[in-house]
Design a protein around this ligand. Structure first.
Ligand code: PLP
Length: 357
């Protein structure tokens, strides 16, 4: 029996996608083999890969002067590949708004000079400082920020206007709503939240910016090598790419990202409204920076945490434990988590409160 899975990642995948993959597991469309067994150079697989990439481009309305790369190494490898490719002998600006920004900063500072242009660390990352207050460098190679901090549950909903090329880690928010890709020089995201299974990382890079990338690095670390090889410089994560393609097709069937944005905002609003009026649960993030994907909440009495998690699991609500650095609970409500799951969570929370409030 499948249950409601609120995991932050790897996270829920739409059930119809899993069913289709199950139907095709032993043999993909008369090919005599599973997708997992195909050469990535075969015409069948190239068709699968190209369709997935095109659907992704269509969904995000990515302009034609961008490359879309399907890579490996997780979003974490991007924390170093970005400064390696774009940072030599330069300075880069970083926004420190949560745990993932911090990791990105730690990695980049091993490679280049960085300037932390703003930080909300002293207030436990309960907001993202307003872009007007950022202390940007005069000649930064780029400005990096994490548009949705998965652990703290904060988000910068509007891309900041910057002089420097803008780079965003969108691992936990990509495909959750329509965005204007043209505002960015680079966007990257690990797959295992809103894209598909783990093992794949998607990078969207503007051609102008890509031209400035280093060509001195080992080949696997050069974005331009991957772009020149259509992301087949070496064997790509074929199954993850294939399954992500099915998620993209599913998203198109749902009505695309404008529709998903409406649904996701509705899901988040329902949960935040319930938390705010409960007097029993609380969310610490400033209203304008609340994530629509990852919603942490605390119980009024933390001694009830284990009982809450235990009862939630019995009620079919999984993976609600908050990250150890924040405590409490966290509900991750990505695209594959339907409104019914959020309703079930709210009903459970109300019931738990009535038993313990
Ligand atoms: C915003 C963000 N950035 C980076 C990462 C790291 O991703 P990966 O594990 O794919 O390297 C995560 C993972 O949860 C994340 O949420």
């Amino acid at each position: 029996m499948r249950k409601w899975n609120f995991s932050a990642g790897p996270a829920a995948i739409p059930e119809p996608v899993l069913q289709e993959a199950q139907d095709e597991m032993l043999e993909w469309q008369g090919s005599g083999m599973s997708v997992m067994e195909m050469s990535h150079r075969s015409t069948d697989y190239i068709d699968i890969a190209n369709k997935a990439r095109q659907d992704f481009i269509d969904l995000l309305q990515i302009p034609s002067d961008y490359q879309v790369l399907f890579l490996q190494g997780g979003a974490t490898l991007q924390f170093s590949m970005i400064p390696m490719n774009f940072g030599s002998n330069k300075i880069a600006d970083y926004v420190l708004s949560g745990s993932w920004s911090k990791k990105a900063i730690n990695e980049a500072s091993k490679i280049m000079d960085i300037n932390i242009i703003t930080s909300s660390e002293s207030s436990n990352f309960n907001h993202v400082p307003d872009a007007d207050s950022w202390n940007c460098s005069e000649h930064a190679a780029y400005l990096h920020y994490v548009s949705n901090e998965t652990i703290q549950g904060n988000a910068l909903h509007t891309p900041p206007a910057t002089k420097a090329p803008l780079i965003a880690d969108m691992s936990s928010v990509i495909l959750s709503e329509q965005i204007d890709v043209s505002k960015f020089s680079m966007i990257y995201a690990g797959a295992q939240k809103n894209i598909g299974p783990a093992g794949l990382t998607i990078c969207i890079i503007k051609n102008d910016f890509l031209k400035t990338a280093s060509t001195e690095l080992p080949d696997m670390l050069q974005y331009s090598k991957h772009a020149d090889a259509d992301s087949m410089f070496n064997t790509p994560p074929t199954f993850s790419w294939y399954l992500s393609g099915k998620v993209f097709a599913w998203l198109k069937d749902q009505g695309g990202l404008a529709t998903m944005g409406d649904i996701n905002r509705l899901k988040a609003r329902k949960l935040y409204d319930f938390i705010d009026q409960s007097g029993f649960y609380s969310n610490p993030i400033s209203i304008e920076n609340r994530s629509i994907m990852n919603i942490p909440f605390l119980l009024v009495n933390s001694e009830l945490n284990s009982e809450f998690l235990h009862d939630a699991e019995n009620a079919g609500l999984l993976n609600l434990k908050g990250h150890r650095s924040v405590g409490g609970m966290r509900a991750s409500i990505y695209n594959a988590t339907p409104i019914e799951a959020v309703d079930a969570l709210i009903n459970f929370m109300a019931d738990f409160q009535s038993r313990h409030g």
